[in-house]
Write a protein that binds this ligand. Structure first.
Ligand code: MN
Length: 421
């Protein structure tokens, strides 16, 4: 792109005009949640060794904060967190979350993590139905928990669960309370993936106008987005445009329900569309994606952005030909940026120029008539394929995938119940 831009052959609206934010920071930090929110993908349970391997890779690639698990969940989980905290990561900070409950914070402290994001909701209906607390009680508890963590010498952040469905004045009051008590960062959480990018920008502006007036309250803002409407990455970027400097992500977009903002999408968007450094060694992204996919045993959709098998595969003759004339023709970025290669798919959409190219690569000379014949035969071969076998295979794969979602079946659950009582 750079060269094409320099030569005046391509326009990049990402870099010019009114759409570009007035100020962007030099660095956006990647805060990875793969081993916590990501592991909450239905059916996923990682072994300690798998967690360690993923945490190390996240560290190696340049992630700023790696949340390695949720110690309050079980003894096993706390052991896993403690093991990673003890071994330590080279550059990344090891974090683990806690509800605004002292025993949760103790579980994190005992596990030896450096940073604890404490979360408690700010939306009125959650306070009423889920937490059964008044606003005042919630603020008091939040302050107490932040102070408690601080007293134990760990960095404390405050995540306002359900920020995007909360009264903005109360949300800001909660942030101020947390900061007064010693919180180092605050986080805007779109817990159920409910807002649009412009709404996210509006909320961020409100927060800034209420908090940033006083330098004391000008702490780093993190953003946590879910993908329920497919907007997790877009909403994350909207927050970044308004000053968020820590982005919560999960590799491959794994996570509860429709998942979280995807590591690879957020990182590559920030790096390529905003030209801002994330500290991530992007050429290792594909390897990271494959490692996490293998341990999660949740296969990526073929068309997944950035990391899906098809993301850099060209099938149409027009596109393949375009790619051969210049790589920017049908690719926004080079696949080498994330450590993978361009691929071409041969089938009914194949074109003459591409066949000619393949023959040339193979050192074979052919007449135009021969090339035309080969092209036609490739097309017909694909079109003539009987779909029966593929359909059976597809059904089997879908069934197998269901079985891969491990957990406790309803029958097993009731067996446990009647065994216990
Ligand atoms: Mn979440």
């Amino acid at each position: 792109m750079e060269n094409l831009e320099k030569a005046g052959l391509a326009v990049n609206y990402n870099r010019v005009g009114e759409t570009r934010p007035d100020s962007l920071p030099k660095r956006i930090h990647i805060w990875d949640e793969t081993l916590r929110d990501g592991e909450q993908t239905p059916g996923v349970a990682l072994t300690i060794d798998e967690k360690i391997e993923i945490a190390k890779m996240l560290d190696e690639i340049g992630t700023s904060i790696v949340v390695v698990g949720f110690p309050a969940v079980s003894e096993e989980e706390q052991k896993a967190v403690a093991t990673i905290a003890r071994e330590g990561l080279e550059k990344a900070i090891v974090g683990a979350p806690a509800r605004a409950v002292i025993s949760d914070i103790d579980a994190c402290i005992d596990a030896g993590v450096e940073e604890i994001p404490i979360f408690i909701a700010t939306s009125d209906f959650r306070l009423k139905y889920q937490l059964r607390m008044t606003r005042e009680d919630m603020l008091e508890r939040l302050a107490r928990c932040v102070e408690y963590g601080k007293e134990h010498g760990v960095t404390i952040d405050y995540i306002a669960e359900d920020s995007t469905r909360s009264d903005i004045d109360f949300l800001c009051q909660a942030y101020k309370t947390a900061i007064d008590a010693g919180a180092h960062k605050i986080c805007v959480a779109d817990t159920v993936g409910f807002v649009r990018p412009l709404v996210m920008k509006h909320i961020m502006r409100e927060i800034k106008s209420q908090l940033w007036k006083k330098s004391k309250y000008k702490v780093p803002i993190a953003v946590h987005c879910h993908n329920d409407f497919g907007l997790a990455c877009a909403n994350t970027l909207a927050a970044v445009e308004e000053g968020a400097t820590y982005t919560h992500v999960c590799v491959n977009g794994y996570g509860e329900r429709a998942g979280n903002a995807a590591f690879e999408e957020v990182v590559m968007s920030i790096e390529e569309l905003y030209q801002v450094d994330t500290g991530i060694d992007t050429e290792k992204i594909y390897r990271l994606s494959k490692l996490v996919e293998k341990h999660f045993m949740v296969p990526l959709p073929l068309h997944k952005a950035i990391t899906g098998d098809n993301a850099f595969t060209h099938s149409s003759g027009i596109h393949s030909h375009g790619q051969l004339t210049h790589s920017m023709t049908y690719e926004p970025i080079s696949p080498t940026r994330i450590g993978r290669r361009r691929e071409f798919h041969l089938g009914k959409f194949v074109g003459r120029h591409f066949v000619e190219y393949l023959l040339k690569m193979g050192g074979i000379s052919a007449t135009q008539e021969e090339i035309r014949q080969i092209t036609d035969r490739v097309k017909i071969t694909h079109e003539d394929l009987k779909k029966g076998q593929s359909k059976d295979q597809f059904d089997t794969i879908k069934e197998d995938l269901q079985e891969l979602r491990t957990g406790v079946s309803e029958r097993e659950f009731w067996a446990i119940v009647f065994d216990t009582i």
